[in-house]
Design a protein around this ligand. Structure first.
Ligand code: PAF
Length: 292
């Protein structure tokens, strides 16, 4: 289906019409910017749209697709919030040129490769990959499919999913996909909680506790910068504090900011490191990170 709401094109299944539209834009030297999402759009997504325009996109395409392959058994695929009508209205207001909301058969037609053929990095199974086996295989598969369908000049991802960004950049480099991959900063609620569709799962008690993940990142960064005690004991203290409050910590780790390699010894240099954390609050999993 291809519909038009005012000036925004909406595609769900007619991929060749979508291709023709993108080709005609490129012929006119437009810079096609792509913002992949799973919908339930919030200010964080809108900031990606603003940011990609700042990076030079003159045409914007937002995809809305809840990708089953990136959810593990027992995860929240079935209850993930689906708010397509509201999302489309919002995208129209912020002057997006095209929305792509495919169904499973467009993204995963039968007899199409169900794996991205790349040399896998160990990083796939570390940090979030350790707690969500197969998650990043699913992310790379859908992003690869979306990039092949849309063929944008640039695509943007949020810093909140830092590991996802690094892995996508690596895939694009290995497969020589002609799309530049960009990252946009985390957008936070007033109290500092990183915006996420999953925040809506939190009850008010959990919501008041959720902010402690960010507080721990900030507190650890301050102590690390002061260089008072070794990083390991700083992180250990924060993990204990979070666990005591009731946030069950999956990890709190310092990694290099370019490729998320493990860090044996932290040496103070701006922007070279990122501190990443993931916690569970009841059944809800929250992630966050800050540059050190
Ligand atoms: O970050 C997300 O919302 C998803 O992982 C993405 C990139 C849209 C792929 O489904």
């Amino acid at each position: 289906m291809n519909t038009r709401s005012n000036r925004m094109q909406i595609f769900s299944d007619n991929l060749s019409d979508l291709n023709i539209m993108v080709l005609s834009w490129k012929e006119k030297n437009e810079v096609v910017g792509f913002i992949p999402t799973m919908g339930n759009l919030h200010e964080g997504h809108l900031s990606l749209i603003r940011k990609i325009k700042e990076f030079g996109a003159t045409k914007t395409i937002v995809s809305i697709y809840v990708n089953p392959k990136q959810f593990g058994p027992g995860e929240d695929y079935a209850k993930y919030p689906r708010t397509l009508d509201g999302d489309i209205k919002l995208l129209e207001k912020v002057n997006v040129d095209c929305v792509f909301c495919p169904s499973d058969k467009e993204i995963y037609p039968p007899n199409v490769e169900s794996q991205v053929m790349i040399n896998k990095l160990d990083l796939m199974d570390e940090l979030c990959g350790k707690y969500r086996p197969g998650h990043f295989d699913g992310v790379l598969l859908v992003v690869n499919r979306l990039l092949s369908i849309i063929q944008p000049n640039i695509a943007i991802f949020g810093q909140k999913d830092y590991q996802q960004y690094v892995l996508i950049k690596n895939m694009v480099r290995q497969l020589i996909i002609p799309t530049e991959i960009l990252m946009a900063p985390i957008i936070r609620e007033n109290d500092g909680l990183a915006m996420s569709s999953r925040n809506s799962y939190l009850n008010s008690n959990q919501r008041s506790k959720a902010i402690h993940l960010y507080k721990s990142l900030i507190s650890a960064r301050k102590k690390i910068r002061e260089n008072k005690i070794d990083c390991k004991s700083i992180l250990r203290t924060e993990i204990e504090r979070l666990n005591k409050i009731g946030l069950s910590v999956d990890y709190l780790e310092i990694r290099t900011s370019d490729d998320l390699s493990s860090v044996k010894e932290y040496k103070k240099k701006n922007d070279e490191y990122v501190l990443l954390g993931a916690v569970k609050l009841g059944k809800t999993r929250l992630i966050d990170n800050i540059i050190l």
